[in-house]
Write a protein that binds this ligand. Structure first.
Ligand SMILES: [Zn+2]
Length: 80
């Protein structure tokens, strides 16, 4: 199963070890860095003044869920 872990690490990449999730109240290790603006527009409460917001696995999942919903809404809007 080692190759799966390596693959995951490669995909997630570019996060320094020890970087924490920037969602307020969360202190888990970050796995993803995204633009703070994007994360905020997805409804996550990021306590960061930096351009990049770091998200832990759980909050990244939440972010993905919310952006997926937005995309679906867009589709609806355009099809109507
Ligand atoms: Zn988090």
């Amino acid at each position: 199963m080692t190759h799966i872990l390596l693959q995951e690490a490669y995909v997630l990449g570019r996060i320094d070890k020890g970087v924490k999730c920037r969602v307020s109240g969360c202190g888990r290790e970050a796995v993803r860095s995204l633009s703070t603006e994007k994360v905020r527009s997805a409804g996550l409460n990021v306590s960061s003044s930096e351009r990049r917001a770091y998200l832990c696995k759980e909050h990244y999942k939440e972010y993905k869920k919310k952006t997926k919903k937005d995309k679906q809404l867009e589709k609806w809007r355009y099809s109507g």
